[in-house]
Ligand binder design. Structure first.
Ligand code: FES
Length: 110
């Protein structure tokens, strides 16, 4: 089976920007992938959309992503710094929809 490659750009919490090339993986989420690239991803809830540690801002490509589910929206509401382009990385599957996306990791809420 041939995996499609996804290219996305990540700005870390120190403001460093890096382009990543990752194979599409439907059973993996963006939080797990970023962890694999050694990004600091605390992810207290383990990817259940409960802790908001994986909060990020989608600076480019927001329209191409799947809409957030209720659990994600409810958790985002707990973040005082949430914006219209806020997402939880653990709720984004590593598929073609992330191709070309530019995102910025935000600081932990506490
Ligand atoms: S890892 Fe907890 S909300 Fe994403």
């Amino acid at each position: 089976m041939l995996f499609k490659m996804i290219q996305l750009t990540v700005i870390d919490r120190e403001g460093h920007e890096k382009e990543l090339e990752v194979a599409e993986a439907e059973n993996e989420n963006l939080m797990e992938t970023l962890k694999g690239f050694d990004y600091d991803m605390r992810a207290t809830c383990g990817g259940l959309a409960l802790c908001a540690d994986c909060h990020c801002l989608i600076l480019k490509g927001q329209d191409q992503l799947s809409d957030p589910q209720d659990e994600e929206l409810m958790t985002l509401e707990t973040r005082p710094d949430a914006q219209n382009n806020s997402r939880l990385a653990c709720q984004l599957k590593m598929n073609y929809k992330l191709d070309g996306v530019l995102l910025q990791l935000t600081n932990y809420a506490n």
